[in-house]
Design a protein around this ligand. Structure first.
Ligand code: GLV
Length: 320
């Protein structure tokens, strides 16, 4: 069987990115605009030295077996990597990289877009107008939650959490955070560390930015959501950390004022219980979706591939 081009790219990339790869290597790009089916992916990885993946491509023992022993690098086009079995890759000596840092600003800006949309009920207002429902201005019409002076909690103070906290000062919100490790004051963006349960009990608006790991899956379950003050707002930027059914139930019962969710545990499925909630602002995984950021993410994934295929060190490696 003839040897395929050394690099496989599983999705169309942002403008200008693929050219940086094709300048150096022959590339197969799955450029249809559609996700690759699993069987198609397993057939396509065979014989490659590098694969540029997205969060929707599961990289496990089957994937690695299908690729073959010449595979050198899997470059994930995301900061997250829950789609990748890092131990299986390490066992076979396959380098894995992600795209940290370059999507911080876009994701923090999206968190604020969702926070404002949820607290000011923009989704409801939009749907009302588009449905042609009669309306008039009224003193009690679609009243929201004002941010100035309202306590903001940030769960997860990595790069994105810190960027969210930094922007809170422009809205005059006092900020607290929970993180496994308390940050030195110069890195804490003026926010106070609190134990998780205390953070929940004192945050009227909570933004969830911690990564999804075995330890954070469903960290915000029904019991912990119930610790939030009545009328709180939850903004979820990491799929799987907030239990989506419990979130929908807290909205349904009126315990929460509103919520916003940027990505979902079983994408592209969105739980019907959340879709049924007028006070849920739902976004189709748009956190990093700006032209500039997608070019930077694609560029970083490409740079990792170029470095490894040239026999050098990856720029942003992941270890099991
Ligand atoms: C999420 O979209 C990520 O980049 O991990």
């Amino acid at each position: 069987m003839s040897t395929p081009p050394p690099v496989l790219v599983t999705r169309r990339l942002a403008p200008g990115v693929i050219e940086r790869l094709t300048a150096h290597h022959a590339v197969t790009c799955h450029d249809t605009g559609e996700e690759m089916e699993r069987a198609e992916l397993l057939a396509a990885v065979r014989g490659r030295r590098a694969v540029l993946t997205t969060l929707n491509n599961r990289v496990d023992a089957d994937f690695l077996d299908a690729a073959g022993p010449q595979l050198e690098i899997v470059a994930n086009h995301a900061v997250g990597y829950h789609n990748i079995d890092l131990a299986a890759c390490a066992e076979r000596g396959v380098v894995v990289t992600n795209t940290p840092g370059v999507l911080t600003t876009a994701t923090a800006e999206m968190a604020w877009a969702l926070l404002l949309a949820a607290t000011r009920r923009l989704g409801e207002g939009e749907r009302l107008l588009r449905s042609g429902t009669p309306w008039t201005w009224a003193p009690t019409f679609l009243l929201g939650l004002e941010l100035a002076g309202t306590p903001l909690g940030v769960l997860g103070m990595g790069r994105i959490g810190r960027a969210v906290a930094r922007r809170a000062h422009a809205f005059d919100m006092p900020v607290s955070y929970h993180n496994r490790r308390e940050l030195p004051p110069e890195e804490a963006e003026g926010a106070d560390w609190k134990p998780l349960e205390e953070l929940l009990a004192t945050s009227t608006v909570l933004v969830v930015t911690c990564p999804l790991t075995a330890g954070t899956r469903h960290l915000l379950d029904a019991r912990r959501l119930a610790l939030l003050p009545r009328g709180a707002v939850v903004v979820s930027m990491t799929a799987g950390v907030v239990d989506e059914e419990a979130l929908a139930a807290a909205l349904e019962s009126g315990a929460l004022f509103a919520a916003a969710v940027d990505n979902f545990e079983h994408e592209p499925a969105v739980p019907p219980a959340l879709l049924a909630q007028e006070r849920a602002v739902l976004a189709p995984h748009l956190g990093s979706a700006t032209v500039r950021t997608r070019q930077a993410m694609g560029g970083l994934a490409v740079d990792n591939i170029l470095a490894v295929l040239a026999g050098g060190e990856p720029l942003t490696p992941l270890k099991p």
